[in-house]
Design a protein around this ligand. Structure first.
Ligand code: NAD
Length: 500
């Protein structure tokens, strides 16, 4: 295994291992044919790159592995943690788990990087010249899939945002921007509404932005930010977002660039990475030698950059641009204006391989020579933070209550009668809106109530919470869940109710 030097964000050189062996999963449907096409180009450009085939997808599902991955594949990935993956068919019906979600979570692939580029006039686009990279957080947010049904009428999904998670993805976005000669990083959140969760993401962005004065930075609220992505993508360069917004935004960006079928996707972790096309296994055209291998080829370019093969990445990418602008197109891109010949999957790959070393004449050429091999190395330096002083000052008790015409005044009386001395009922909300005291009669009320108790003296002993729950139970008000209300270094660690 080779090693090379890469600067960390503190400027200290760190050894970056350069894997010479990559794991390759061919995939299902069109996967094997587009993978063979991509491997042909890779072998021509990087003859000493070794390929370790691994099995995942339909074959693994069929042999009874519900997550679509064979046990020996995990062993191979432990040895060769850079994976080039063809698209996989997810079987219909219950019980099967998504390979992507399993890989992301198991390998800790926290960053999803999707360049969204227009190739006008060779690919129809709403925005010629568009060149945006979406860096999406890949593990947190509502994608933990922690969901509960709590009452007859109400289900919930837990949105978890962590400081280390924000720090890693935001720093990765800045390192990526520097490595790729980008000028600006935009953060998008909805922190005008979710002040704690999205607020943390935004705050971490501002903190880390201060370490990169050479880059322009801005924050946009996600709704107007996404709208502008569709109408004025030239306003953006690198965009970093939490998971859910990034999932939606990256599809919008790829779609308006006109190239969703050409879009690559990199899933990056500290100890491994996975590269794939954005599209699926296209069973409708499988086995016909007509699929476009470009999404997977551009993912392979991302992979080469990740492992430090910058020259090969540049050579392949420029040869691909040259092929495109010479009008050598696969079936999906064929058009009367710019196409010269319609090539099959295999023939297209051969055309790219024949152009290795040639530069595009019309489309902007790429130049990765200045790119540090692996910006992810910079993330391992995060300084430990002092833990903040945490004081319990109350508790939110959630109730499933469907009595007395859902009159909050009746509920408040019963809660006050049940609570022990030292606690006061501060507010009752329904779907986050205050309904007691002084609620508005028109506020819609469901069967799910948040009842906020605060310590009269300011601080609550932990044992007072179970005591309160027991007393509520004795009064016929069983709790469905609780959330403790803390102050951290004097600052409230909870949101106030709308109207509180
Ligand atoms: P799809 O992306 O496979 O196909 C959508 C349309 O685009 C089809 O008409 C297809 O022929 C065309 N298309 C896709 N890739 C193409 C290419 N390279 N060249 C030319 N045309 C191409 O989406 P789908 O039909 O919704 O999904 C098919 C299967 O793929 C499903 O089982 C789905 O779960 C799976 N899938 C896998 C991944 C992945 O592995 N990352 C991603 C998306 C979908």
């Amino acid at each position: 295994m080779n090693a090379q030097l890469s600067p960390t964000h503190h400027g200290t050189p760190a050894a970056v291992p350069t894997p010479r062996t990559i794991a390759v999963a061919h995939g299902d449907g069109i996967g094997p044919e587009i993978m063979d096409a991509v491997l042909h180009v890779l072998r021509c450009a990087v003859p000493d790159l070794r390929i370790q085939p691994v099995v995942m997808g339909e074959a693994a599902y069929r042999s009874g592995h519900m997550n679509g991955i064979l046990p020996q594949t995990w062993d191979a990935l432990a040895q060769h943690p850079v994976l080039l993956k063809g698209p996989m068919t997810t079987p219909q019906g219950g019980g099967y788990k998504s390979i992507n979600v399993t890989l992301r979570k198991t390998l800790g692939l926290f960053a999803n990087v999707r360049p969204c580029v227009a190739y006008h006039p060779y690919v129809d686009t709403l925005h010629p010249g568009m060149d945006v990279v979406i860096v999406r957080e890949n593990e947190e947010d509502t994608y933990g899939g922690i969901e509960h049904r709590q009452t007859d009428e109400v289900v919930q999904c837990l949105k978890l945002i962590t400081r280390p998670g924000c720090e890693r993805i935001v720093r990765y976005a800045f390192e990526y921007a520097l490595a790729h000669g980008r000028r600006k990083v935009t953060c998008m959140t909805k922190d005008n509404i979710m002040k704690l969760t999205d607020g943390l993401f935004h705050r971490v962005f501002d903190e880390i932005a201060a370490e990169y004065p050479q880059l322009e930075t801005e924050h946009r609220i996600i709704d107007i930010g996404a709208a502008r992505m569709a109408s004025r993508p030239r306003d953006y360069d690198v965009v970093v977002t939490p998971n859910l917004y990034g999932d939606i935004l990256s599809d919008i960006a790829a779609e308006v660039a006109g190239s969703i079928g050409l879009a690559p996707s990199a899933n990056i972790g500290l100890h491994g990475a996975m590269f794939e096309a954005v599209h699926g296994s296209a069973p409708d055209i499988a086995g016909k030698n007509i699929a476009n291998p470009s999404g997977l080829l551009l993912a392979a370019v991302q992979m080469l950059l990740h492992i430090g093969e910058t020259d090969a990445a540049r050579t392949i990418h420029n040869a691909w641009l040259r092929t495109l602008e010479e009008g050598l197109h696969t079936h999906d891109l064929f058009n009367e204006r710019t196409s010269r010949r319609c090539l099959g999957t295999r023939e297209f790959a051969h055309a790219v391989a024949e152009r290795l070393g040639q530069m595009p004449q019309h489309l902007p050429a790429v130049d990765y020579r200045q790119a540090p091999a692996t910006p992810v190395q910079a993330l391992q330096d995060a300084a430990p933070r002092a833990r903040q002083d945490k004081v319990l000052e109350g508790v939110d008790v959630f109730l499933d209550w469907d009595e007395a015409h859902r009159d909050p005044n009746v509920l408040a009386q019963r809660l006050q009668a049940a609570a022990q001395d030292g606690l006061r009922l501060a507010v009752i909300t329904n779907r986050g809106v205050k309904v007691w005291p002084d609620g508005h009669p028109n506020t819609f009320r469901t069967d799910h109530w948040r009842c906020r108790f605060k310590a009269v003296e300011g601080t609550l002993a932990p044992a007072q919470v179970p005591e309160l729950l027991t007393r509520l139970l004795d009064h016929g008000l069983p709790a469905i869940k609780t959330e403790n209300l803390y102050r951290f270094d004097g600052q409230p660690g909870y949101s106030v109710a709308q109207g509180e």
